[in-house]
Design a protein around this ligand. Structure first.
Ligand SMILES: O=C[C@H](O)[C@@H](O)CC(=O)C(=O)O
Ligand SMILES: [Zn+2]
Length: 276
């Protein structure tokens, strides 16, 4: 498991592009027949990917957790961005298509991942935060998710927010998770930008058309930095950082958060005129 410590706001303002990438970008989430995990000290979120092709993959118990099993003190949110696949949690199986989600609660001992077809393998994006309570395992298909439409084509930010794990959706201890799909011609996500000091956030960019990319923006509102992000790359966003981006074409991304509260609307917006 990759381990990422904090970087202070002051430090980040002096970082080179490579230092920004080393600290906040996860270059490759999906490795065939492997589970990739990155532990970030920000709210102790674990960001990962499971891509079963020929084999069934088992959620490991990394030494760093000093736990008896991965979910002893954690919960896990999963969204599939690949082909049909199955998540099994202590013998209970949940089969999901692309953009289906599974929540696995604290206390589940065995979690495994498999694909229906090795020609079109599932790609399970994983987010795990510490949990102090057990919530039931749950599954949600894309069609069942509550959506909010935001922005407009005139401001190049017409997009649909799908909320999966949140106060009115799948119940969790800390984890909030969903995804955003931009309409053709719209390229800006999360503009106007915001911060939420009470929660960190992680992004996974997906359905980025080959040959296109997203210019992800981070940093304090008056000290922004950029990272060019390609398909299936993830971003760690500290609680003090904006997390916004503009693509060379429309794209989609999974967002997830954990921290002090679970209120999706708890955001402090920055005026566009304030950005530096
Ligand atoms: O705190 C919430 C997250 O930043 C995202 O849900 C924002 C987002 O998807 C968007 O505006 O496009
Ligand atoms: Zn946010």
């Amino acid at each position: 498991m990759d381990y990422r410590f904090e970087a202070s706001r002051k430090e980040v303002s002096t970082f080179t592009n490579q230092e920004i990438r080393d600290n906040f970008l996860i270059e490759k989430i999906f490795h065939a027949d492997q589970i990739q995990l990155t532990y970030t000290i920000y709210d102790r979120m674990i960001i990962g990917g499971a891509m079963p092709v020929l084999n069934t993959l088992h959620l490991p118990n990394p030494e760093k957790l000093r736990a008896n099993f991965f979910l002893e003190r954690r919960e896990l949110g999963i969204i599939n961005v690949g082909g049909k696949g199955t998540v099994t949690a202590d013998g209970e199986s949940f089969t999901i298509d692309k953009l289906g989600a599974v929540y696995v609660g604290r206390g589940v001992k065995e979690v495994s991942f498999s694909s229906e077809s090795s020609d079109n393998p599932a790609q399970f994006y994983l987010l795990s935060s510490p949990a102090h309570a057990n919530y039931p395992n749950a599954k949600l298909d894309r069609e069942q998710v509550s959506t909010v439409v935001l922005g407009s084509l005139e401001t190049s930010n017409h997009r649909t927010i799908y909320k999966y794990i949140h106060n009115e959706g799948i119940q969790s201890c800390q984890l909030v998770m969903g995804l955003t799909i931009l309409e053709p011609g719209s390229v800006w996500n999360t503009m106007p930008a915001h911060v939420h000091d009470r929660r960190m956030e992680a992004y996974l960019y997906f359905d980025v058309t080959p040959g296109h990319a997203v210019l992800h923006l981070m940093g304090e509102t008056t000290e922004t930095k950029h990272i060019w992000v390609h398909n299936h790359q993830a971003i760690i966003s500290p609680p003090w950082s904006i997390h916004s981006g503009a693509g060379t074409k429309n794209y989609s991304f999974i967002w997830g958060m954990a921290g002090e509260n679970k209120d999706y609307t708890d955001m402090d917006f920055a005026e566009i005129s304030e950005l530096r």
